[in-house]
Every structure is written in C-alpha cells, then in structure tokens.
Design a protein around this ligand. Structure first.
Ligand code: BDR
Ligand code: CA
Length: 312
C-alpha cells in the first residue's frame, strides 16, 4: 500500500480525488491537510471532514494556510467551485473536528515517524508544504515522494494566459516546494486538460458512491456548467484526481525530467518554466535547481477509465 497525506482545498475536483484516496484499496490515507484556495480555509477544512464522513471513514484533517505566503490574498472565484466549494450543493454539517496541530506540523510528524515511506500529494496552493519545509527542512530526505497538481508548461494557464491556479494562488510557496530537492512530480494542465470526465461517467460514480456520490454529482453539475460556458467542453477536467492517477498508474502519462522554476512577480506571475534535463546547458543557472519529473501528456481516456473504475 501507499501511505499518503493529501493536501487539498476542496473544491469540486478535489472532492472527487478525496473519494479516490478513500476508496482505492492500495492507498492508505493517513490524513488530509487543508489550505485556502478554491474556498476559504474554514470551508476547506469543513469539506475535507465532511467528505470523509460521507464515505463512512474517519480520517485526520489538519488545517493549514489561510492565505498566500507573500502576495495579497484574493477571494476565491465562486463561479468555478461555488460559495461552499462543492458547487453550492446543499451540505450537512461535518460532525468531526480538525486536529489540534496545524497542517505543517502534521506533515512533519507523520513523515518523521515513517522515514522514506510517505507520499505527499498536493492539489491546492502550496503553502502547507512550504511551511512544513520551513519547520523541518530534513523532511526533504525523509518523504518518499511528492506529487503536485499544478502548473502548465506548453498548455497555457487557466487563471492568466500563462499561470495555473494552484501555482498562481501562492507562487512564492510553489517556488520553494518545486525546487526543494525532494523527489517530485508535477502533474499540470499539459496532462489534466487531456482528460475529460463526462456526465455518463459521473452518473456511474454517483450510483456507486452512496451519500458521497450524491455530493460528487451535485457539485459536478455546477462545475460542468462552468466548463461548458468557459471552455465549451461537455464534461470536466478531473485535475486533482490526475495526481493520484499518476501516482498509481504512471504508465498512463508521459513525463520528462528537467529543471523547474516559478515566476513569482509581474505579468507572468505563477508561470512554471521548464528546461528538460538535456537542455540545461543553455544556461548553467538552470542546473542549479534540482531535477524533477514533469508530466507533459496523458492518455486521457485511460485516466478517466481508471477514475471511474476506482470509484465504482
Ligand atoms: C486546480 O485549481 C483548482 O481550482 C482545482 O481544484 C485544481 O486543483 C486546477 O488548476
Ligand atoms: Ca484543488
């Protein structure tokens, strides 16, 4: 099994990824850490607790970043994930409460308790991972690997012409996390935009997932309307589930090893720049940033089939 901490800002596509992490027989979900992003931090924490409860599971949830490290905080764009993060679908109150320690402490404690074993999957702005690195830089050598949903190399952005939302929402945190030197894979829009989860897929998931399925389907309906209006796609890109798909089925993706950097200021704020390993000679400064793995493509149909299989 894969012991995992899931760092998330739920979020419609986050919710589906949480359902996968809860359902997959080979994933041991040690806990969720929450961040502001798609919603404010209290809503993110509430949704993480609630989604696990709807699946009939008790999973520790540790609350984290309420805003970006450096840049001013902007309110979440409610037209994408709704005011409540789950497409304005009516929700019961979560019964449980967050852990008394914060997200960064939770990450550090868990990683240090099981050196070399734990995978971090981060699918929101990266403030919690940045804070964990600051709290204990030694975790770089003690995590098994880090998988980040974020960024875009050739695909263009989804917030600005060049920036993807998770990186744009906290570029300074992203710069630290993506160049920390731990084994890291970036699953960005180059891969996630190849995957479209259509309404028929969602119907199957909803039918199989009980109370959680009802919330997944209700929130999906709102998210789908956004995709239809904004991108003229009938279906949604399951961004955050793609990070888990890469973890469990990497052969469904094409990835390239190289050096990453993040633009933290100016018009290109939040852009991820990538030099494949063999091209680092162009400017020796590039080879000073650690090597990472970046997904450049995905077999979209196979990824969506894996998501549906996992949830049905
Ligand atoms: C990412 O941004 C958020 O809106 C989604 O949950 C996903 O993590 C996609 O750019
Ligand atoms: Ca997310």
């Amino acid at each position: 099994t894969v012991p995992l901490i899931f760092d998330t800002d739920p979020g419609v596509d986050d919710a589906q990824a949480i359902a996968i992490a809860l359902a997959h027989p080979e994933i041991e979900l040690l806990g969720m850490t929450t961040t502001y992003g798609n919603v404010d931090i209290d809503t993110a924490t509430h949704n993480a607790l609630l989604l696990a409860e709807l699946a009939g599971q008790r999973v520790p949830v540790a609350q984290g970043a309420a805003g970006p490290l450096v840049k001013p905080k902007h309110p979440a764009p409610t037209h994408i994930h709704g005011d409540n993060g789950l497409g304005n679908h009516a929700l019961p109150d979560a019964q449980g409460h967050a852990e008394t320690i914060c997200a960064a402490q939770f990450i550090v404690e868990q990683v240090n308790a099981r050196p070399g074993e734990i995978t971090l999957v981060a699918v929101g702005p990266l403030g919690n991972l940045a804070a964990a690195l600051q709290l204990d830089p030694g975790i770089v050598d003690r995590v098994k690997q880090v998988v980040v949903m974020g960024g875009s190399i050739r695909e263009g952005g989804n917030v600005t012409p060049v920036a993807e939302a998770n990186i744009f929402n906290d570029p300074h945190a992203a710069a630290r996390v993506l160049t920390a030197g731990w084994p890291l894979t970036l699953v960005g829009l180059d891969a996630t935009h190849r995957c479209v989860l259509g309404p028929a897929h969602m119907d199957r998931i909803a039918a199989a997932q009980g109370r959680l399925g009802e919330v997944l389907a209700g929130s999906y309906a709102f998210y789908r309307a956004f995709y239809r209006n904004a991108l003229d796609i009938d279906g949604c890109c399951p961004h955050d589930s793609c990070a888990l798909a890469w973890l469990m089925r990497p052969e469904l993706f094409t990835s390239v090893r190289g050096h990453l950097s993040v633009v933290t200021e100016g018009d290109a704020e939040g852009q991820t720049l990538f030099a494949p390993q063999e091209r680092a000679f162009i400017d020796p400064r590039w080879s000073r940033t650690p090597l990472v793995e970046v997904c450049m493509n995905a077999d979209g149909d196979a990824v969506v089939a894996w998501i549906v299989d996992t949830l049905t």
